[in-house]
Design a binder for this molecule. Sequence first.
Ligand code: ZN
Ligand code: ZN
Length: 171
Amino acid sequence: MAPPRSPADRFRTKVDTSGPISLVRGVLGPCHQWTGSTNAGGYGTFWAGRTVKAHRFAYERVLGPIPDGLDVDHLCRNRACVRPSHLRAVTHRENILASANHVARRARVTACPAGHAYDEANTYRAPNGTRKCRACKRDRTRALRAEQRDAQLAPVEPIRPRTTTPERTAA
Ligand SMILES: [Zn+2]
Ligand SMILES: [Zn+2]
């Protein structure tokens, strides 16, 4: 394989653009799942001269510098997601509140999106503590194998050049 060229090129090779579909209302499209290293909190990490959080790198590449003092929040609640449209810069307080809301909402849900019960036999916990459906996992594993074969041939989504006006989501 040819040597990697730039941080952005190396970054792209570690992103799976056919990640999970977010269950959060209003979050469009699949997550772009980080397949590189992650830290103890479940956030992707990336070497760009120093170790940076992958989602913060993605945000700055596409949306511009993160305003001083702001956190980058995952609208999709998936910490390993680096899809710029799933990210927004918020105050630390807003970020904490969004997480707490999400946890409360998820606790009221007793079945997976496909209707399988979250009972003891069918439920396992992701590293971040969220409940996962075993029946769906079996289905996904099969689908993923097929997708991975396709993805090897699919073009990656281009990162927009910095000369265009960055789209910012309201914090
Ligand atoms: Zn996402
Ligand atoms: Zn299920």
